[in-house]
Design a protein around this ligand. Structure first.
Ligand SMILES: Nc1nc2c(ncn2[C@@H]2O[C@H](COP(=O)(O)OP(=O)(O)OP(=O)(O)O)[C@@H](O)[C@H]2O)c(=O)[nH]1
Ligand SMILES: [Mg+2]
Length: 218
């Protein structure tokens, strides 16, 4: 009997991710995959970031959650077209889930597609979606040891967005330690410190994402 190994499943996912990427490139839509633990502040970040990105009509969001459409509702409340994917028992999004979302979100004409992956710091890392950029979201209350304790995930980061910086003092959060752990795993990754509650650090992140899109499609 033939065994379908995890390696083969990932290879099949990678192929579909490449197909997604080709389609996004053709349509000049820059896809950002946001990965982080449940409650890291991903949706709150998007609620503040999207209005900083410019024209709402040029933005699309896919929300991955096991259940509910609450996150998509939150995004639509800031005026951006969003689609909720419910994975039911699934702990991550996978590349095959994206093409139906592309259709439903009317992708041509968009500049950015943000994907908020299912809240999980481990499983989404291996499943590429065809994204141009991967941002790992780490909130201060999770602790400053997480980068070195979950290396496979952080090794794939193009950006690390540290959220809830208003809680740094009460959590003895060591930003320098986080940055040096990340440098070993993903030297290319840029670090952003963000407090969505106060709107701090959001503009810098928005500007950088726009620059990244411009250079990707130059
Ligand atoms: N203190 C503080 N709390 C925040 C900040 N950003 C988000 N939160 C809170 O963190 C909690 C989780 O925020 P969400 O944005 O829903 O987190 P999430 O990562 O989208 O969660 P899932 O989608 O369930 O994985 C909420 O109670 C937010 O109000 C912040 O900058 N500071
Ligand atoms: Mg969320």
């Amino acid at each position: 009997m033939e065994i379908l190994s995890a390696k083969k499943i990932l290879a099949a996912n990678d192929k579909l991710a490449r197909d997604n990427r080709r389609r996004l490139d053709e349509q000049r839509v820059f896809m950002v995959n946001l990965i982080g633990s449940p409650g890291a502040g991903k949706t709150t970040l998007l609620e503040r970031l999207l209005p900083e990105m410019g024209c709402a009509g040029s933005l699309r969001v896919v929300q991955g959650d096991m259940a509910t459409r609450e996150d998509a509702d939150r995004i639509e409340a800031v005026g951006v077209k969003a689609l909720q994917i419910n994975t039911e028992n699934g702990c991550h999004l996978a590349a095959h889930m994206l093409p139906p979302a592309f259709e439903m979100l009317d992708l041509p004409g968009a500049d950015f597609l943000f994907v908020e992956n299912v809240g999980n710091l481990i499983c989404p890392a291996e499943f590429h979606l065809g994204e141009h950029l991967r941002a790992i979201v780490l909130s201060v209350p999770e602790g400053d040891d997480k980068v070195r304790k979950y290396p496979p995930t952080f090794a794939t980061a193009d950006a690390l967005v540290v959220t809830k910086t208003d809680l740094a003092a009460s959590n003895d959060f060591d930003f320098e330690r986080v940055a040096s752990d990340l440098k070993r795993l993903s030297p290319r990754a840029k670090v952003f410190k963000v407090c969505a509650k106060r709107g701090e650090g959001i503009r810098e992140l928005a500007e950088w994402l726009k620059e990244r899109r411009e250079s990707a499609f130059a």
